[in-house]
Design a protein. Sequence first.
Length: 448
Amino acid sequence: MGTDTVRAEVADEAAGLRREQRGWYFYDWACSVYSTSVLTVFLGPYLTAVARDAADAEGYVHPLGIPVRAGSFFAYSVSLSVIVAVLIMPLVGSAADRTGRKKPLLAAAAYTGAAATTGMFFLDGNRYLLGGLLLIVANAAQSVGMMLYNAYLPQISAPAERDAVSSRGWAFGYASGSLVLVADLVLFSAHDSFGLSQTEAVRICLASAGLWWGAFTLVPLRALRDRHARASAAAPTGLRQLAATVQDMRRHPRTLAFLLAYLVYNDGIQTVITQASVYGSEELRLGQSTLIGAVLLVQVLAVAGALAMGRLARVHGAQRTVLGSLVAWTLTLGAGYFLPARVPVWFFVLAGAIGLVLGGSQALSRSLFSHLVPPGKEAEYFSAYELSDRGMSWLGPLLFGLTYQLTGSYRSAIVSLVAFFVIGFVLLARVPVRRAIGEAGNPVPDRI
């Protein structure tokens, strides 16, 4: 084979990877609207209001005969959705590695979640159980889809460019969330002009997120390609697959140590994302338009924050940059406890601080982990990562819900989350990342 032919093949392969990367970014563009418009802004306060309409005189609803304070129903539903994802993700991750067919599984997860989200249009009256069910399905599907999406990262990018590629993906997601939130804000604020009630406007915003998710998922499905499967024995099923994955990870204890640290601090991040709007509406007595505006500010600043932290990682290393972000999270969350009620400006200040560290801490954590995955086990290991990202993030919402149920104070609930960032910082600081990358069988970047 001539030199020119080899060069042409290398150039074609590089061009193919660039096309895949561009398509890959668009899954963040597609599904992040669910995370932003549905999970972060509208569904928490709205489902809480629906549950309160169905509550008894003491303020409790009774799903399956279990007494639950209406104000805790959303947090408990998020926790249950995560438990469902825990049972599904290891199976899907193992199947993706075993068959090499990530793309059909990604399509199934994406369109299941998009359909459940679109179905939220029918959430009205006192149908809190329907809302809880659709939330569980959509959130579990989102977790499975993100696991498969993340598993493409080490296949479509070289080690040296992984921080940048991961950060661009998050930036695409936050840009998409910002764009749709602007439209949501217009529709919600001017719902009378459109001949809609406030409730109808919220339901349209929820359903449109599902339609957006489904439509833009077509882009990555066209661009991404499946790789050859790794040879393996027949996979175990159910929780046995999770046990098998963890058993395999025990051969890479430093990868497991990173996952433990990420499990802890990301639990805090995910809980802030899902419960911030409830805290703003219920404790700080802020209106829906204020909450939408604050989340929009988070989205806009998160684009800049993700890209800026990607650049910081090139200078200081991804691990140090993430550690710095955890310090910022701790200080910001502690300040959130003291926010005065009915004063939107301080809520916007807090939202701005969160936005600057949110995207970067998530993007760099993902790229860090991609270096720690043994070749050929991307989806299986990223199923464990996604358990840490969303799958094990039931502890934070559960703690938040229990704290509110016991104290009746959302301030106590929000400040309880500081522990996740402090403990996560200590655990991450103890992980020798360069050594972990070498032990996983991957090349070690010059700066990590």
